[in-house]
Ligand binder design. Sequence first.
Ligand SMILES: Cc1cc2nc3c(=O)[nH]c(=O)nc-3n(C[C@H](O)[C@H](O)[C@H](O)COP(=O)(O)OP(=O)(O)OC[C@H]3O[C@@H](n4cnc5c(N)ncnc54)[C@H](O)[C@@H]3O)c2cc1C
Length: 416
Amino acid sequence: MGESKGRAVVVGGSIAGVCAVHSLLSAGWEVVVLEKTTAPPTGSPTGAGLGLDPLAQTIIKSWLPQQQSDNLLNIHTLPLTIDQNQATDAEKKMSRMLTRDESFNFRAAYWSDLHGLLYNALPPDIFLWGHVFQSFCVSDDNKSVKVQTRVLETGNIVEFAGDLLVAADGCLSSIRQTFLPHLKLRYSGYCAWRGVLDLSNNENSGILAGLQKVYQDLGKCLYFDLGSGTHAVFYELLNTKINWIWYINQPEPQLKGNSVTMKVSNNMIKKMQEEAEKTWVPELVRVIKETKEPFLNVIYDCDPLHQIVWDRVVLIGDAAHPTTPHGLRSTNMSILDAAVLGECLMKSGVENLAVGLEEYQSIRVPVTSKQVLHSRKMGRMKQGLVLADEKVFDPKTATPQECKDLQQKCMPRFND
Ligand SMILES: Cc1cc2nc3c(=O)[nH]c(=O)nc-3n(C[C@H](O)[C@H](O)[C@H](O)COP(=O)(O)OP(=O)(O)OC[C@H]3O[C@@H](n4cnc5c(N)ncnc54)[C@H](O)[C@@H]3O)c2cc1C
C-alpha cells in the first residue's frame, strides 16, 4: 500500500457512489460525497427492484459489519435461484416455457433497501446532501483536483479539493460530458412501464393466490414473459411485493429535465392497462392494473467508451457505461467498478495514482463493454427488433439454441 492518504471527492451518492465510499475507505482513502438530492433516500418513489449477482453479493457482504454481513444481506433480499423465459400466446392467454435455468444464483433487492444497507454501514458525515456539482478543474501541476458545488439550502458555491474526482453521477453524467461533449445516449427503440405491487395486505391475497397458481416459483424465480415484439419481467421482492417491468417499442419520447423517468398521465396509464389486457395472461394483467403509480422509463444505452479515466478524474457506474437493463448489469457493474477501483488504488497508493487508474480502466472497460453490447442484443431479441445478422427473434418459432441464448448466464464473464 502507498504511504500517504489520498482524498477522493465523489459526485453522486447512489449505488455507485455509496459503493465507491466503501471501497476507497477500505483502501485507506479519505472520501467526501457530493449528492444533489437533499436527503438520504428512504423508499424512493422511482426506486423499484434489482437483481444482485453472486460476486456483487460477496463484495457487499465484505463491506457490511462482519459478524452480521450474511444475515444483513439475506434479511434485505430474496433469493432468485431460477431464470425462466416463457412465450405468451396473446390469443389463448397461455404461456409456454422456452428455457429454465435452475442454477441462477442472484438475490432480489429493493433499490432503497440496498442503498440504505450500504449507506447505514458508513461513518456519518461523509455524505453532503443537497450539493449540486457545478464544475471541476485539475491544478496546473496535475497534483490535485478542485470541485465546485452549489449548496441548495444557501445557494452558496463551495469548493472541495482532493487527489481524485470520482464521477458517480449516473447515465446522464455531466462530468463525462466535459470530456465527451458530443457523446449522446442511444435510444433503444422502446420504453419500459414499471411498478411495484404491494401484496402484503389481506385485501390483495386473491391476486397473490392467482399469481402463484400460474407462476409457481414466484419468490425465487426471475420470470420473463415474451410476447410478440414485447416482453415483461417480474419477480418478487421482500414483504410480498411484485416488481414488474414491461417493455414497449415506440418512437423516442421527448424527455424533460435531467432524468430518464417520464411523468405519466392517467390517460397514458389507462391505455397501457388496456394494452396489457390484449397482451398478457390475466394474472399478470391484474398485477399491472392493480399497481399504484406505475412509471415509465425511457431505455437508453451508449456505445462502449474506450476511456473512463482522464488525469485525476475517473468514471464509475452508469456514468462509465450506460446500459439497457436486460442483463441485470447496471447495479452489479457499479458495485464491481467501485470494488476494482479501491483494489487498484490500494495497490498503487496516491503516489502512483495514474498507475492505479490505468489498471482500473484496463480491467473494467473490456468486460463492461461486452456486457453493454450483450445486454443491447438481449433487449433487441426480446423486443423482436432486427439483430446484427438481420434476423428477428420470434418466441413462437424459437429454436433450442435461441432459447438457450436467452438465459442470463450467457452474459459474457458471468460469475467471473
Ligand atoms: C432514486 C433512484 C432509484 C433507483 N431505482 C432503481 C431500481 O429500482 N432498479 C434499478 O435497477 N435501478 C434503479 N436505479 C438506477 C440504479 O441505481 C443505477 O442504474 C445503477 O445502480 C448505477 O448506479 P449509479 O450510482 O451509477 O447511477 P444512478 O443511480 O443514476 O445515480 C447517480 C447519482 O448522481 C446524482 N447526481 C447526478 N448529477 C449530479 C450533480 N450534478 N450533482 C450531484 N449529484 C448528482 C444523482 O442524484 C444520483 O444520486 C435508481 C437510481 C436512483 C437515483
